[in-house]
Design a protein around this ligand. Structure first.
Ligand code: GLC
Ligand code: MG
Length: 248
């Protein structure tokens, strides 16, 4: 079997079907030992909430953790994030100014303190309110000269990030650092914050069968032969996609 870099989202992608997760864990452990496969988790969660999930769900240790929607990269269980990546994100990012603009929108409900990070501001926002709030917020930020990106996931989570940061950009940074080709890289996800993983380039994309409407809509509007929509849900969908691409 060829070597590969497996980059996967956690909530409702890797996590959600305990039996399939166990099967996938065993396979990844074997592949890591025999052919230098590399496992990367890419989550919207902060390191604090990631550790909670890791304990709850029985996740094996990854080689690299991409946390906080691509704004932090942790190598091999290290406590502090990749400083080269943080430096890239800091260019043109004015957190306080972005935060001040959000105060004009009463529908934005701040997420818990653990989820507010140096390069990520996160709110809860209902689907109904999002229809008006997202375009208005975007244009106000633009008017103030703040070049950021808004990422809306699962009909409830809004993340505001520097333009240069998202799960896809962080994945590409790691892929190049480790020297994997796009064709040796598999990316897996289920929701809006994973779109950047699938949009990055020629990586093998696996969308799990239980994906959210915003990702399915994007998938339909951006067809690619390098992307597979699985029938099975969560880790079983990843196993199905790995077969499709010939990795197992
Ligand atoms: C995770 C994070 C949250 C974020 C969401 C979507 O749930 O904890 O802050 O908004 O992912 O990216
Ligand atoms: Mg998810």
């Amino acid at each position: 079997m060829p070597k590969f870099l497996l980059v996967t989202d956690l909530d409702h992608t890797l996590v959600g079907d305990d039996f399939a997760l166990d099967q996938l864990n065993q396979w990844v452990i074997e592949q890591r030992q025999t052919n230098g496969a590399t496992l990367v988790y890419s989550t919207g969660r902060s390191p604090t909430l990631y550790r909670e999930l890791q304990a709850e769900a029985g996740l094996i240790d990854p080689d690299i953790l991409i946390a906080s929607v691509g704004t932090e990269i942790y190598h091999g269980g290290q406590k502090s994030p990749d400083s080269g990546w943080l430096e890239k994100l800091s260019v043109g990012w004015d957190r306080a100014a972005v935060f001040a603009v959000t105060a004009h929108f009463s529908d934005l409900v701040l997420q818990p303190e653990t989820e507010q990070c140096a390069f990520k501001i996160s709110f809860f926002l209902t689907k109904e309110a999002a229809v008006d709030v997202l375009p208005e917020l975007e244009s106000l930020l633009e008017q103030r000269g703040l070049d950021v990106q808004l990422i809306y996931s699962s009909g409830k989570d809004l993340d505001i990030l520097p333009r240069s940061a998202n799960k896809g950009a962080a994945m590409t940074f790691i892929r190049e650092q480790l020297g994997f080709a796009a064709a040796e890289t598999i990316v897996c996800g289920d929701s809006g914050n994973d779109i950047a993983l699938f949009a990055a380039g020629e990586e093998c994309g696996i969308i799990v069968g239980n994906a959210q409407p915003e990702l399915l809509r994007w998938h339909r509007n951006h067809p690619s032969t390098q992307r597979y929509l699985a029938k099975a849900h969560c880790a079983a969908g990843i196993l199905e996609g790995l077969k499709y691409f010939g990795f197992r």
